[in-house]
Ligand binder design. Sequence first.
Ligand code: BYC
Ligand code: FE
Ligand code: FE
Length: 471
Amino acid sequence: MSINYDERIPNNVDLSSDKRLQRALEHWQPAFLDWWQDMGPEGWQASDVYLRTAVSTDAGGWAQFGLVKMPEYRWGIFLADPVADRRIGFGDHFGQPVWQDVPGEYRNVLQRIIVTQADTEPASVEQQRHLGATAPSLYDLRNLFQVNVEEGRHLWAMVYLLHRYFGRDGRDEAEALLDRRAGDADNPRILDAFNQACPDWLTFFCFTTFTDRDGKYQLASLAESAFDPLSRTCRFMLTEEAHHLSVGEDGVKRVLLRALELAAQDPDGDVRRQGGIDVDTVQKYVNYWFSYSLDLFGSEVSSNAATFFAGGIKGRYREDVEWEDHTALSAVHVLPLVDNGRLVDTEVPLRNAMNQVLRQSYVEDSERVVKRWNRALEEAGSDVRITLPSTRFHRRQGVYAGHHFAPDGTLLTADQWAARRDAWLPSEADRAYVASLMQPVYEPGQMAHWIAAPKRGINKMPVDYVYVRRA
Ligand code: BYC
Ligand code: FE
Ligand code: FE
């Protein structure tokens, strides 16, 4: 479906046919742009950036590349094409036609989920806003900005739903989305991971690998939703998300490959002495962001999750093709719970374990990423490997929060944990070391010392193309 770019808000939802809605969104637009100026990428607003912009929602060829100043990016409202005669794929309403409007009984839960999803998008832009001061190359700088403008568009995607389907409450929530701030003590973002600092590029690459990947799984589960406009919105967001994930995965891989090169140059194999980021440090950042991202799935045992599934609000990953019993009424899920200082396998009704089921799909995907990193390490002749910690490790949400676990999942006492914490998670010294490497490199084609060059550029352009032209 092609997109109308003649309007102030590009869209493929025939916005001009609903003047009230159009006016309301055009009223929100300047507030969004003010927010972007205040909280978007600092110092680069007047620069030309080689960005892709969505021009259609077709599977092939939806993007157009060109030099754009970020505040002039055409943020718009794009839904994937409707599926003819789409039916509810799971839960108590299985087989019924999907909803084109919000049923009264699900109004509150749908609004809360959409607000929560929406909140993460501007949050990530806020977390990343200082990274432009220390980019390892123009190529990376451009990727950061591509991710940032698309997270801004994801906010638009959700704000459209709030305005269109949730009336006055929706408009209030859309405003509140521009008021909360990542990491703010008084008015923080909703979910924990989006209040954590993102001060350096290793963090950025781990965040886009693991936290954006939560986005992939949450969006996929909402793409199953009985509320069809939400499903269609999420389906198109997923096409944008794939790039964010590859920025993260490739970024971490380039750090690892550079670590091997620098180790080879040092008589003792000391990567830090050669100005690189050693694999141990990468592992600690992986542990940190993987565990924070696991928290984003909510508790392993959750009555909210059961309600969402029963109502047809949130499905499992690829509900239609990967699962056979779409009601999940009589099935159980077994998971180890802490009981009197021991882990005991415990049965919970499957519907209450839906957060855990989605998290498991996420973990499998994350394992594939780690496998690709390890293959790259192996091909470069190294026998060091990255591993994912247990899903119990370093959790602050869910049934393992409040307990301590080693990366292999062993239950620990508080003292045992405290003694090993800095071996498993970034210490102050690790963070200070990584921060010390963050010096900007803005000559075309040049890379910071601690990261390998990418294999190829963007959209078939060479790596040394001038992806960002500073104003
Ligand atoms: N931090 O039953 P529970 C993305 C709250 S990322 C703080 O355990 P539930 C992106 C929970 O809200 C995708 N609070 O969980 C990535 C609840 O509070 P209330 C974002 C948390 O409700 C990178 C209470 O604990 N999308 O797109 O089943 C860059 C008990 O809840 C956390 C979504 O999240 C936490 N980590 O599920 C840019 C999808 N976890 O209600 C973008 C929409 C839980 O009792 N959200 N709590 O006050 C949801 O589906 C659900 O809200 C959650 C939680 C899956 C997050
Ligand atoms: Fe997003
Ligand atoms: Fe993303």
